[in-house]
Design a protein around this ligand. Structure first.
Ligand SMILES: C[S@@+](CC[C@H](N)C(=O)[O-])C[C@H]1O[C@@H](n2cnc3c(N)ncnc32)[C@H](O)[C@@H]1O
Length: 275
Protein backbone atom coordinates (compact mmCIF):
# COMPACT_ATOMS: atom_id res chain seq x y z
CA UNK A 1 0.00 0.00 0.00
CA UNK A 2 1.37 3.45 -0.89
CA UNK A 3 2.06 6.01 1.84
CA UNK A 4 -0.57 8.25 0.20
CA UNK A 5 -3.32 5.62 0.58
CA UNK A 6 -2.33 4.92 4.17
CA UNK A 7 -2.55 8.64 4.88
CA UNK A 8 -6.08 8.72 3.41
CA UNK A 9 -7.15 5.90 5.74
CA UNK A 10 -5.64 7.63 8.76
CA UNK A 11 -7.37 10.90 7.85
CA UNK A 12 -10.73 9.19 7.44
CA UNK A 13 -10.32 7.56 10.84
CA UNK A 14 -9.30 10.88 12.39
CA UNK A 15 -12.38 12.64 10.97
CA UNK A 16 -14.53 9.77 12.22
CA UNK A 17 -13.00 10.09 15.71
CA UNK A 18 -13.58 13.87 15.69
CA UNK A 19 -17.21 13.25 14.86
CA UNK A 20 -17.82 10.41 17.35
CA UNK A 21 -16.01 12.12 20.23
CA UNK A 22 -16.91 15.79 19.71
CA UNK A 23 -19.73 15.86 17.10
CA UNK A 24 -17.75 18.05 14.71
CA UNK A 25 -18.41 16.61 11.28
CA UNK A 26 -15.76 17.26 8.64
CA UNK A 27 -16.34 13.94 6.86
CA UNK A 28 -18.00 15.62 3.90
CA UNK A 29 -15.57 18.48 3.43
CA UNK A 30 -13.52 18.66 0.21
CA UNK A 31 -10.72 16.22 0.89
CA UNK A 32 -7.80 18.00 -0.77
CA UNK A 33 -8.04 21.05 1.44
CA UNK A 34 -8.79 19.01 4.60
CA UNK A 35 -5.64 17.01 3.90
CA UNK A 36 -3.53 20.11 3.40
CA UNK A 37 -4.75 21.64 6.63
CA UNK A 38 -4.38 18.44 8.66
CA UNK A 39 -0.79 18.07 7.41
CA UNK A 40 -0.02 21.52 8.77
CA UNK A 41 -1.80 20.68 12.06
CA UNK A 42 0.12 17.41 12.44
CA UNK A 43 3.47 19.11 11.82
CA UNK A 44 2.86 22.14 14.01
CA UNK A 45 1.34 20.16 16.86
CA UNK A 46 4.29 17.76 16.67
CA UNK A 47 2.56 14.48 15.94
CA UNK A 48 4.44 11.81 14.01
CA UNK A 49 1.34 10.46 12.22
CA UNK A 50 -2.35 11.26 11.77
CA UNK A 51 -3.12 8.21 13.91
CA UNK A 52 -1.09 9.75 16.74
CA UNK A 53 -2.96 13.03 16.28
CA UNK A 54 -6.23 11.09 16.38
CA UNK A 55 -5.26 9.41 19.64
CA UNK A 56 -4.20 12.76 21.10
CA UNK A 57 -7.54 14.28 20.15
CA UNK A 58 -9.52 11.40 21.63
CA UNK A 59 -7.81 11.69 24.99
CA UNK A 60 -7.10 15.41 25.27
CA UNK A 61 -10.09 17.74 24.71
CA UNK A 62 -7.73 20.72 25.02
CA UNK A 63 -6.40 19.80 21.56
CA UNK A 64 -9.83 20.25 19.98
CA UNK A 65 -9.88 24.06 19.59
CA UNK A 66 -6.36 23.97 18.20
CA UNK A 67 -7.23 21.34 15.60
CA UNK A 68 -10.46 23.20 14.75
CA UNK A 69 -8.35 26.31 14.24
CA UNK A 70 -6.43 24.45 11.52
CA UNK A 71 -9.50 22.84 9.97
CA UNK A 72 -11.48 26.03 9.50
CA UNK A 73 -10.28 28.86 7.29
CA UNK A 74 -10.77 32.36 8.64
CA UNK A 75 -9.91 34.42 5.55
CA UNK A 76 -12.36 37.32 5.24
CA UNK A 77 -12.68 41.05 4.58
CA UNK A 78 -15.24 43.72 5.32
CA UNK A 79 -17.37 44.41 2.21
CA UNK A 80 -15.50 41.56 0.48
CA UNK A 81 -16.43 41.70 -3.23
CA UNK A 82 -17.96 45.19 -2.96
CA UNK A 83 -20.19 44.57 -5.98
CA UNK A 84 -22.06 41.93 -3.92
CA UNK A 85 -22.86 44.51 -1.24
CA UNK A 86 -23.75 47.10 -3.89
CA UNK A 87 -26.22 44.60 -5.40
CA UNK A 88 -27.73 43.97 -1.95
CA UNK A 89 -28.05 47.70 -1.45
CA UNK A 90 -29.56 48.51 -4.85
CA UNK A 91 -31.57 45.38 -5.62
CA UNK A 92 -32.41 43.54 -2.40
CA UNK A 93 -32.86 46.36 0.13
CA UNK A 94 -35.87 47.86 -1.75
CA UNK A 95 -37.70 44.52 -1.22
CA UNK A 96 -36.63 44.26 2.41
CA UNK A 97 -38.00 47.73 3.11
CA UNK A 98 -41.50 46.36 2.63
CA UNK A 99 -41.24 44.19 5.80
CA UNK A 100 -42.04 45.70 9.22
CA UNK A 101 -39.38 43.50 10.84
CA UNK A 102 -36.46 41.58 9.40
CA UNK A 103 -34.23 38.63 10.23
CA UNK A 104 -30.83 38.18 8.61
CA UNK A 105 -28.59 35.14 9.04
CA UNK A 106 -24.85 35.37 8.37
CA UNK A 107 -23.80 31.70 8.24
CA UNK A 108 -20.07 31.02 8.60
CA UNK A 109 -19.46 34.54 9.89
CA UNK A 110 -15.80 33.97 10.79
CA UNK A 111 -14.34 36.91 12.77
CA UNK A 112 -17.32 39.08 11.87
CA UNK A 113 -16.18 41.00 8.79
CA UNK A 114 -19.24 40.02 6.73
CA UNK A 115 -21.58 40.59 9.68
CA UNK A 116 -20.31 44.13 10.40
CA UNK A 117 -20.52 44.92 6.67
CA UNK A 118 -24.18 43.95 6.66
CA UNK A 119 -25.03 45.72 9.91
CA UNK A 120 -23.40 48.92 8.62
CA UNK A 121 -25.18 48.60 5.27
CA UNK A 122 -28.53 48.10 7.03
CA UNK A 123 -27.83 51.11 9.26
CA UNK A 124 -27.00 53.27 6.23
CA UNK A 125 -30.26 52.16 4.63
CA UNK A 126 -32.24 52.89 7.81
CA UNK A 127 -33.20 49.24 8.37
CA UNK A 128 -30.96 48.32 11.30
CA UNK A 129 -33.50 49.06 14.02
CA UNK A 130 -36.07 46.68 12.60
CA UNK A 131 -33.54 43.91 11.93
CA UNK A 132 -32.32 41.04 14.06
CA UNK A 133 -29.04 39.50 12.87
CA UNK A 134 -27.93 35.94 13.56
CA UNK A 135 -24.19 35.36 13.20
CA UNK A 136 -23.16 31.72 13.31
CA UNK A 137 -20.00 29.68 12.95
CA UNK A 138 -18.48 26.45 14.26
CA UNK A 139 -15.26 28.11 15.33
CA UNK A 140 -15.71 29.40 18.88
CA UNK A 141 -12.65 31.60 18.74
CA UNK A 142 -13.93 33.24 15.55
CA UNK A 143 -17.32 33.85 17.21
CA UNK A 144 -15.60 35.42 20.25
CA UNK A 145 -13.56 37.64 17.91
CA UNK A 146 -16.70 38.66 16.03
CA UNK A 147 -18.34 39.53 19.32
CA UNK A 148 -15.34 41.62 20.38
CA UNK A 149 -15.39 43.58 17.08
CA UNK A 150 -11.65 44.31 17.05
CA UNK A 151 -9.77 44.37 13.75
CA UNK A 152 -6.15 45.13 13.07
CA UNK A 153 -5.76 48.77 12.00
CA UNK A 154 -3.66 47.79 9.01
CA UNK A 155 -6.71 46.11 7.46
CA UNK A 156 -8.84 49.25 7.71
CA UNK A 157 -7.59 50.87 4.52
CA UNK A 158 -8.82 47.89 2.47
CA UNK A 159 -12.11 47.75 4.40
CA UNK A 160 -12.63 51.48 3.81
CA UNK A 161 -11.96 51.14 0.09
CA UNK A 162 -14.34 48.16 -0.16
CA UNK A 163 -17.01 50.04 1.78
CA UNK A 164 -16.73 53.00 -0.59
CA UNK A 165 -17.01 50.72 -3.65
CA UNK A 166 -20.05 49.03 -2.13
CA UNK A 167 -21.92 52.35 -2.30
CA UNK A 168 -21.23 53.24 1.37
CA UNK A 169 -23.20 56.33 2.38
CA UNK A 170 -21.15 57.20 5.44
CA UNK A 171 -17.51 57.04 6.41
CA UNK A 172 -16.36 53.70 7.82
CA UNK A 173 -14.47 55.65 10.48
CA UNK A 174 -17.86 56.66 11.93
CA UNK A 175 -18.17 53.10 13.24
CA UNK A 176 -14.88 52.43 14.99
CA UNK A 177 -12.35 54.05 17.25
CA UNK A 178 -8.64 53.24 17.21
CA UNK A 179 -7.19 51.69 20.35
CA UNK A 180 -3.96 49.76 20.93
CA UNK A 181 -3.30 49.18 17.23
CA UNK A 182 -6.84 47.90 16.70
CA UNK A 183 -10.01 49.31 15.24
CA UNK A 184 -12.69 48.74 17.85
CA UNK A 185 -16.14 48.67 16.23
CA UNK A 186 -18.97 50.45 18.01
CA UNK A 187 -20.79 48.06 20.34
CA UNK A 188 -24.11 49.53 19.23
CA UNK A 189 -23.57 47.67 15.95
CA UNK A 190 -23.84 44.42 17.94
CA UNK A 191 -26.95 45.37 19.88
CA UNK A 192 -29.23 43.44 17.57
CA UNK A 193 -26.92 40.53 16.83
CA UNK A 194 -27.31 37.00 18.22
CA UNK A 195 -24.01 35.09 18.03
CA UNK A 196 -24.40 31.31 18.00
CA UNK A 197 -22.37 28.17 17.60
CA UNK A 198 -24.15 26.46 14.72
CA UNK A 199 -22.92 23.93 12.18
CA UNK A 200 -24.32 23.66 8.69
CA UNK A 201 -23.17 20.03 8.80
CA UNK A 202 -25.05 18.88 11.89
CA UNK A 203 -27.53 21.48 13.15
CA UNK A 204 -31.10 22.40 12.21
CA UNK A 205 -32.68 25.27 10.27
CA UNK A 206 -33.46 28.70 11.73
CA UNK A 207 -36.91 30.16 11.15
CA UNK A 208 -38.27 32.92 8.97
CA UNK A 209 -35.23 34.74 7.59
CA UNK A 210 -35.64 37.44 4.94
CA UNK A 211 -31.95 37.29 3.97
CA UNK A 212 -29.25 34.67 4.40
CA UNK A 213 -25.69 35.53 3.48
CA UNK A 214 -23.39 32.51 3.42
CA UNK A 215 -20.26 33.36 1.52
CA UNK A 216 -17.14 31.29 0.97
CA UNK A 217 -18.27 28.39 3.15
CA UNK A 218 -19.94 25.98 0.69
CA UNK A 219 -16.77 26.00 -1.36
CA UNK A 220 -15.13 23.82 1.34
CA UNK A 221 -17.93 21.23 1.25
CA UNK A 222 -18.52 18.18 -0.96
CA UNK A 223 -21.81 18.04 -2.89
CA UNK A 224 -23.92 16.15 -0.29
CA UNK A 225 -22.94 18.61 2.43
CA UNK A 226 -23.56 21.57 0.12
CA UNK A 227 -27.01 20.12 -0.49
CA UNK A 228 -27.61 19.78 3.25
CA UNK A 229 -26.61 23.40 3.86
CA UNK A 230 -28.71 24.75 0.97
CA UNK A 231 -31.63 22.64 2.29
CA UNK A 232 -31.26 24.46 5.63
CA UNK A 233 -31.28 27.81 3.83
CA UNK A 234 -34.37 26.82 1.86
CA UNK A 235 -36.16 25.82 5.07
CA UNK A 236 -35.00 28.94 6.92
CA UNK A 237 -36.08 31.52 4.35
CA UNK A 238 -39.50 33.10 4.09
CA UNK A 239 -41.13 32.88 0.66
CA UNK A 240 -39.37 35.36 -1.64
CA UNK A 241 -36.50 35.66 0.87
CA UNK A 242 -32.96 36.11 -0.44
CA UNK A 243 -29.83 33.96 -0.35
CA UNK A 244 -26.38 35.36 -1.14
CA UNK A 245 -23.39 33.08 -1.82
CA UNK A 246 -19.69 33.67 -2.49
CA UNK A 247 -18.28 34.63 -5.87
CA UNK A 248 -17.11 31.05 -6.59
CA UNK A 249 -20.28 29.37 -5.35
CA UNK A 250 -23.51 28.59 -7.11
CA UNK A 251 -26.79 26.70 -6.79
CA UNK A 252 -26.53 25.42 -10.34
CA UNK A 253 -25.83 21.81 -9.36
CA UNK A 254 -27.78 21.83 -6.10
CA UNK A 255 -30.60 19.39 -5.35
CA UNK A 256 -32.56 22.47 -4.22
CA UNK A 257 -31.95 24.49 -7.36
CA UNK A 258 -35.62 24.55 -8.32
CA UNK A 259 -36.59 26.14 -4.98
CA UNK A 260 -34.67 29.30 -5.92
CA UNK A 261 -34.77 31.81 -8.77
CA UNK A 262 -31.70 33.73 -9.96
CA UNK A 263 -32.06 37.27 -8.65
CA UNK A 264 -28.70 38.92 -9.34
CA UNK A 265 -26.87 36.09 -11.13
CA UNK A 266 -23.51 37.90 -11.41
CA UNK A 267 -23.42 38.30 -7.60
CA UNK A 268 -24.81 34.85 -6.75
CA UNK A 269 -27.90 36.33 -5.16
CA UNK A 270 -30.95 34.05 -5.29
CA UNK A 271 -34.58 34.43 -4.30
CA UNK A 272 -36.57 31.68 -2.63
CA UNK A 273 -39.54 30.82 -4.81
CA UNK A 274 -43.06 30.73 -3.37
CA UNK A 275 -44.50 27.20 -2.89
C1 LIG B 1 -13.47 31.50 4.60
S1 LIG B 1 -14.48 31.84 5.99
C2 LIG B 1 -15.72 32.86 5.26
C3 LIG B 1 -15.99 34.09 6.07
C4 LIG B 1 -17.03 35.05 5.47
N1 LIG B 1 -18.30 34.39 5.30
C5 LIG B 1 -16.55 35.64 4.17
O1 LIG B 1 -17.04 35.26 3.10
O2 LIG B 1 -15.66 36.48 4.20
C6 LIG B 1 -15.33 30.29 6.25
C7 LIG B 1 -16.03 30.20 7.60
O3 LIG B 1 -16.92 29.09 7.60
C8 LIG B 1 -16.88 28.48 8.88
N2 LIG B 1 -17.38 27.10 8.77
C9 LIG B 1 -16.72 26.01 8.32
N3 LIG B 1 -17.51 24.93 8.42
C10 LIG B 1 -18.71 25.35 8.91
C11 LIG B 1 -19.93 24.70 9.25
N4 LIG B 1 -20.08 23.39 9.09
N5 LIG B 1 -20.95 25.45 9.73
C12 LIG B 1 -20.81 26.79 9.91
N6 LIG B 1 -19.66 27.46 9.62
C13 LIG B 1 -18.62 26.75 9.14
C14 LIG B 1 -15.40 28.59 9.26
O4 LIG B 1 -15.20 28.42 10.65
C15 LIG B 1 -15.07 29.99 8.77
O5 LIG B 1 -15.31 30.95 9.77
Amino acid sequence: MTAEKLEDIEIRLLLEALHLRYHYDFRNYALASIKRRLRVAREQLNFETFSALQEGLLHDPALLPRVLGYLTIQVSEMFRDPSYFLALRERVIPHLRTYPSLKVWVAGCSDGEELYSLVILFREEGLDERTLFYATDINQQALANAQAGLFSLDRIRLFTENHRKSGGKSSLSDYYSAAYGKASFDKRLRQRVVFADHSLATDAAFGEMQLISCRNVLIYFKRPLQDRAVGLFKDSLVRNGFLGLGAKESLRFSDHHSAFADFVPSERIYQRRGE
